[in-house]
Design a protein around this ligand. Structure first.
Ligand SMILES: *[C@@H]1O[C@H](CO)[C@@H](O)[C@H](O)[C@H]1NC(C)=O
Ligand SMILES: *[C@@H]1O[C@H](CO)[C@@H](O)[C@H](O)[C@H]1NC(C)=O
Ligand SMILES: *[C@@H]1O[C@H](CO)[C@@H](O)[C@H](O)[C@H]1NC(C)=O
Ligand SMILES: *[C@@H]1O[C@H](CO)[C@@H](O)[C@H](O)[C@H]1NC(C)=O
Ligand SMILES: *[C@@H]1O[C@H](CO)[C@@H](O)[C@H](O)[C@H]1NC(C)=O
Ligand SMILES: *[C@@H]1O[C@H](CO)[C@@H](O)[C@H](O)[C@H]1NC(C)=O
Length: 412
């Protein structure tokens, strides 16, 4: 006897912005280089949509090439294209595997990506072709723009905001400010606005406190936006509290006020097709004050540049290393004093000096004899790993990184 069946299928349309699996895997960070154990996403049974976090903070796939042997894996995967906007809906994007032989090898099947109204992304991941892993980096920039009702600066070359009254006074090395100006040329000043487009070198022993995210000849009348906002409640304070406690452990800090100034895709003067994005964030709570500088894409420029801060009589100042040369200024995106590429963080309430705490670089020479030709690529990698293990045995942290500067054949 033949049975006839009628099968009812209901199609549920699930919104991936509300229905996703959380992946809070700090090992996926691009900072996790030369991991002791290489992870492999081919071992995972992927199903449905995923959202990245790193230590509870929003994270997303990098849109540019990451280093081979980073993101906790041998061949990390990055997104080959821009993330969509909320309006774009679900989009399809290619995925590249980064290897020593090229940035976009092992192309995997394209994945689906969606931007969600809360300011995060969800991904429909697929099993990679071989032992690769998806990379997840942190969003460096704080929310800005019309989404969070920023106030826009006038579009005017060398222009400034009008005076901004601070909702909470800002303590800067012993001085207290109730007001601030956001200047289009990449800096913040307190007592008066500034149209200066050519930076002076810090320390300058001037009669001015200045905080320079990137002081150079920027022109928001040609391209981009300069905007600002301040907060005394909401999730911006939560994020600032988390960031400061991560960057400055043991203070048990709690943010009560945050000021965010953003230069979004602003052109350099007369170079109207350049786009440079960065932020200066002022944070305070109890008696503490901090400055965060967050760097997005920074175009190279022939204009003079300077990033850091300088105070009256230069009693305190800081120049971000490499920030005074416009041809290497893009490196602001991947340098840091707090181990978060693109982020520089300073405590500015007290008399303490800021220094490059975690970016110490020392050099040394080693004389080796070997049966294999160490100048052949790949061979020296193993030797560096062995040297590193020795150094770690002698008490250096496992996070140290050895980079080869030069290799020279010598007479035995
Ligand atoms: C700037 O303002 C501070 C605080 O109000 C004040 O002490 C200082 O004299 C002012 N400096 C200049 C150069 O006007
Ligand atoms: C923070 O406190 C812990 C435990 O008391 C200590 O081991 C660590 O060295 C401190 N860190 C800093 C940066 O002071
Ligand atoms: C803030 O500073 C004042 C005066 O220097 C001090 O009395 C007070 O204990 C400090 N408060 C905190 C929370 O550190
Ligand atoms: C800066 O230096 C000048 C000249 O030495 C001095 O008169 C002035 O008081 C100093 N300003 C501050 C805020 O220390
Ligand atoms: C700026 O950087 C470029 C490339 O890194 C280098 O060739 C040049 O010498 C540097 N100029 C200065 C003044 O440091
Ligand atoms: C930083 O990024 C720039 C541009 O992407 C790159 O040329 C440079 O080599 C990077 N520097 C480091 C130290 O990774």
């Amino acid at each position: 006897m033949r049975l006839s069946l009628l099968v009812f299928i209901s199609v549920l349309s699930v919104n991936p912005c509300h229905s996703y699996t959380v992946l809070d895997n700090p090992w996926r960070s691009p900072d996790n280089r030369y991991p002791s154990q290489y992870k492999c996403d081919a071992d995972v049974s992927w199903a449905g949509w995923y959202r990245f976090f790193i230590h509870g903070q929003n994270a997303q796939m990098p849109e540019t090439c990451v280093d081979w042997k980073s993101c906790g894996t041998y061949i990390p995967m990055w997104l080959n294209g821009k993330h969509p906007t909320v309006e774009d809906g679900v989009v399809t994007r290619g995925v590249c595997g980064s290897h020593v032989y090229g940035c976009c090898l092992f192309p995997s099947k394209p994945i689906k990506v969606k931007a969600c109204p809360g300011g995060y992304y969800v991904y429909e991941f697929l099993k990679p072709v071989s032992c690769l892993s998806y990379c997840a980096g942190q969003q460096i920039l704080y929310s800005f723009g019309s989404n969070v009702a920023d106030t826009n600066n006038p579009t005017a070359d060398d222009g400034s905001s009008s005076v901004i009254q601070l909702l909470s006074p800002f303590h800067l090395f012993g001085r207290t400010y109730q007001q601030i100006y956001v200047n289009n040329n990449g800096h913040l000043t307190f007592n008066q606005s500034s149209s200066a487009y050519t930076p002076y070198s810090f320390p300058a022993n001037r009669n001015q406190d200045i905080i320079a995210g990137l002081w150079t000849n920027l022109d928001n009348s040609a391209r981009g936006f300069v905007s600002y906002n301040q907060y005394t409640s909401g999730n911006v304070l939560t994020r600032a509290t988390q960031d400061i406690n991560t960057h400055f452990p043991n203070l048990t800090f709690s943010a009560s006020w945050v000021f965010v100034a953003t230069w979004n895709k602003v052109a350099y003067y007369s170079l109207t097709n350049t786009e440079t994005s960065f932020q200066v964030v002022l944070i305070s709570g109890s008696n503490y004050s901090f400055i965060l500088m967050n760097y997005g894409d920074i175009a190279v420029t022939g204009h003079p540049v300077e990033a850091g801060y300088d105070t009256i009589n230069s009693t305190h100042y800081f120049v971000i290393p490499g920030s005074v040369n416009g041809s290497s200024i893009s490196n602001l995106r991947n340098s840091s004093n707090v181990n978060v590429p693109g982020r520089w963080a300073f405590r500015v309430d007290s008399g303490q000096r800021n220094s490059i705490l975690k970016n110490n670089v020392v050099g040394f020479q080693v004389r080796l004899s070997s049966f294999s030709d160490l100048t052949q690529s790949g061979n020296i990698e193993m030797v560096l790993q062995q040297i590193k293990q020795e150094l770690v045995k002698y008490g250096l942290p496992n996070s140290i990184e050895l980079q080869l500067r030069k290799l020279q054949n010598i007479k035995p």
